[in-house]
Design a binder for this molecule. Structure first.
Ligand SMILES: Cc1cc2nc3c(=O)[nH]c(=O)nc-3n(C[C@H](O)[C@H](O)[C@H](O)COP(=O)(O)OP(=O)(O)OC[C@H]3O[C@@H](n4cnc5c(N)ncnc54)[C@H](O)[C@@H]3O)c2cc1C
Length: 371
């Protein structure tokens, strides 16, 4: 009789969520699946800005992990993974317990890079990462504002696509211009990695929606009521939404796994952690050594099927693992207003309702497949 292989999925990111569903289609007498996640509901990042704008309901963009695991009769442990003891084939959880595995797949995303703040200056600081916590904090803020009807000023710190969409979402949720919204983009200009046409459209929309923009300046400290900027300015602040570049989970260094200079775990072309036969990693948490990849959900989504196929190969004791070949260019669609978005691919961009329609279609289709 074949002994069931213990498959451990760490983190419920965009790749592992697909693996979970695919594993359910296999002969269950050969596998014993366990999901470990620090949250019970995992959000799909592409829909977060529109959730914050009040367009989607929470259940539309969340994977209910408990429901999925109950349905497939998989084990589900709600805890933070603290350490991976790869030589012993086990992981350590936050309560100290140890869980064994035969095959492990890690998809735990990234952590925020915090900006120094005064000891009494933590109020109303919301980091965009991890995305599960962002939603909880935003919901608290909305509840408070519904009760008090107070004027809220928002500062979105960061100049990338997520920060841009969040600034737009704030305006859609708080359309009255009595609520001031500003973006501070850090050392670069707004959307510096995007093409010129996209950036022009982004500037135009920020202006249209009365969102102020401060570029090429960093926030170096967050005080209780003001922000200290790298050019010496001090400006008043209320709610800060922080979308500056995030950092690797400390777990990998702590676990003595191979990491790049930024602490992201190194994976080979099969998404296997270098030097290990039975541990995979995918999404933002890893460094794909063959080519540096942007930290974007689209890569985690595309890695899901490769990850599953290679896990299945190990279950079947096959040595045929497939290579992950990331796409060179990827489509970005950023929400830019009420039912509007900017569509950007290579050097091309357009803005309007059609782009929003495409984005909404892609996102809802993804959710329908895996919810
Ligand atoms: C507002 C916003 C909008 C975005 N929009 C887009 C977009 O439209 N398109 C796009 O391509 N990208 C987008 N991104 C980027 C995208 O969020 C990330 O690239 C994507 O989430 C990475 O997916 P992942 O699967 O690697 O990890 P994640 O989606 O971050 O999932 C990791 C999971 O692991 C869990 N976890 C973490 N640590 C542990 C631990 N120690 N133990 C147990 N569980 C743990 C977390 O709770 C989380 O559920 C957006 C980001 C933000 C902030």
């Amino acid at each position: 009789m074949q002994i069931a292989k213990k498959i451990l999925l760490l983190g419920s990111g965009h790749a592992n969520i697909q693996v979970l569903h695919q594993l359910a289609l296999l002969d269950q007498s050969h596998i014993k699946v366990t999901l470990i996640s620090d949250v019970t509901n995992s959000p799909y990042s592409g829909m977060i800005p529109s959730y914050m704008a009040g367009i989607y309901k929470a259940e539309q963009l969340h994977f209910d992990l408990l429901k999925i695991c109950l349905q497939y009769k998989f084990n589900f442990i709600v805890q933070k993974v603290e350490k991976i003891e790869a030589r012993e084939n086990r992981v350590q959880l936050s309560d100290g317990s140890l869980i064994d595995y035969d095959i492990c797949s890690i998809n735990i995303g990234i952590e925020p890079r915090t900006i120094p703040n005064e000891p009494n200056g933590q109020t109303d600081i919301i980091y965009l990462k991890p995305i599960s916590k962002l939603i909880l904090k935003w919901d608290e803020l909305i509840e408070r504002s519904n009760k008090s009807n107070e004027k809220i000023d928002f500062t979105v710190i960061g100049g990338g696509a997520a920060a841009f969409e969040i600034a737009i979402a704030c305006r859609r949720r708080f359309p009255d211009s009595k609520h001031k919204i500003r973006m501070i983009t850090g050392d670069h200009q707004l959307l510096f990695s995007q093409n010129v046409s996209t950036r022009k459209l982004a500037y135009k929309n920020l202006k249209r929606l009365q969102i102020d923009l401060i570029e090429n300046v960093r926030v170096i400290k967050i005080n209780k009521d003001e922000l200290e900027l790298s050019d010496g300015q001090k400006i008043p602040r209320k709610v800060c939404l922080i979308g500056t570049s995030a950092q690797a989970s400390p777990i990998f260094r702590l676990s003595h796994l191979p990491v790049n200079h930024d602490g992201f775990v190194r994976v080979d072309e099969h998404l296997r952690i270098e030097g290990f036969q039975n541990i995979f990693a995918a999404g933002d948490c890893c460094d794909f050594t063959a080519r540096s990849l942007p930290k974007a959900g689209v890569f985690a989504v595309r890695e899901g099927p490769i990850l599953f196929s290679n896990i299945k190969a190990l279950i079947d004791r096959s040595s045929f693992l497939i290579d992950y070949k990331p796409q060179k260019y990827f489509l970005t669609i950023m929400v830019s207003g009420h039912n509007r978005a900017i569509f950007s691919y290579r050097g091309f961009a357009f803005e309007g309702k059609l782009a929003w329609w495409i984005k909404n279609f892609i996102d809802l289709k993804f959710m329908k497949r895996f919810q």
